[in-house]
Design a protein around this ligand. Structure first.
Ligand SMILES: Cc1ncc(C[n+]2csc(CCOP(=O)(O)OP(=O)(O)O)c2C)c(N)n1
Ligand SMILES: [Mg+2]
Length: 295
């Protein structure tokens, strides 16, 4: 299926996005194991529903995305540029940032990523102020993990974003862990309630249900674009692969159980198996061809 402006929020289009992300990131782990990547690599395997659902609800002509250390999925959902991304992480001159940015410093058009946890909160809010001042009608979306919400920069950012009614959407990807620390050992209270004292509305959603993510994102984006001020989309999910490379001390039974709830298999139950098989094969071939050409 050819993704268009009209159909990109369809389950089929979002399945294609998720399948591409999964294929690229599975290959990145393989390349890492073979020593072909520069630096580290954090994959969002299991979290694809959030990238696919949120980005499908954006206006890609004008909206801005600020991503984090786990940003490959956000990037691929934004522009589908698997070659530029893989080459970038391989440190090659044909990478999207000529191979000098690597996995955590991606930039293309209105897409920016950075691995300093919380660091993109004031940057995103500043960008939202610029969009408001220039009356562009654009919104700025920041993706952040649950662990990052321990950073104080978020709370100064919430304050200014709410006070000045800035077009800022924070998407939290709560995968239950910050590296190897379970959320319960790091954070007090309920994370989804954090923006509420600032008067910032929060929508909570199952991040493994791509259609629910899309619908919730659309609703919040409409609210923010109307000039009402910032919002937060709080998505629960699970990271199926290690934090970065082999650093995984989580309970194996917990990980196995999470595989039964992952977003791609879940979307498949609502789509024709032949269609999904064809998409999976097409993305696998696409990614294999890219890697062969770069090797
Ligand atoms: C300011 C800062 N402190 C520490 C780190 C090292 N670090 C990288 S990722 C990570 C855990 C982040 O957890 P979370 O925000 O939940 O995102 P996840 O990795 O789970 O997607 C840490 C501590 C960092 N990048 N920046
Ligand atoms: Mg986390």
């Amino acid at each position: 299926m050819l993704k268009t402006l009209e159909n990109r929020g369809s389950l089929r289009a979002m399945y294609e996005t998720m399948a591409l992300i999964r294929a690229v990131e599975t290959s990145l782990l393989d390349l890492f194991g073979k020593g072909k990547l520069r630096g580290t690599v954090h994959t969002g395997i299991g979290q694809e529903g959030i990238a696919a659902g949120v980005v499908a609800a954006l206006d890609l002509e004008r909206d801005v995305i600020c991503s984090n250390h786990r940003g490959h999925g956000h990037y691929l959902a934004y522009c589908g540029d698997a070659k530029g991304l893989i080459a970038e992480i391989m440190g090659l001159p044909v990478g999207v940032c000529r191979g000098v940015g690597g996995s955590q410093h991606l930039h293309k058009r209105n897409f920016y990523s950075n691995g300093i946890l919380g660091g993109m909160a004031p940057v995103s809010v500043g960008m939202a102020m610029a969009e408001k001042t220039s009356k562009s009608g654009a919104i700025v979306v920041q993706f952040a993990g649950d662990g990052a919400l321990a950073e104080g920069a978020f709370y100064e950012s919430f304050n200014i974003a709410a006070l000045w009614k800035l077009p800022y959407l924070l998407v939290v990807e709560d995968n239950g862990y910050a590296q190897s620390t379970p959320r319960a050992l790091e954070q007090s209270g309920k994370l989804a309630d954090r923006p509420k004292p600032f008067g910032i509305p929060v929508v909570e959603v199952d991040g493994n249900d791509v259609e629910a993510v899309y619908e919730a994102a659309e609703q919040l984006i409409e609210h923010i674009r109307s000039g009402a001020g910032p919002g937060m989309l709080y998505c629960t999910t699970y990271r199926l692969a290690p934090h970065s490379k082999g650093d995984d001390i989580r309970d194996k039974a917990e990980i196995a159980e999470a595989w039964t709830r992952e977003p791609i298999a879940r979307a498949r139950t609502k789509l024709a198996p032949d269609y999904c098989d064809a998409v999976d094969e097409a993305v696998a071939t696409h990614v294999r061809d890219i890697i062969e050409a770069l090797a």
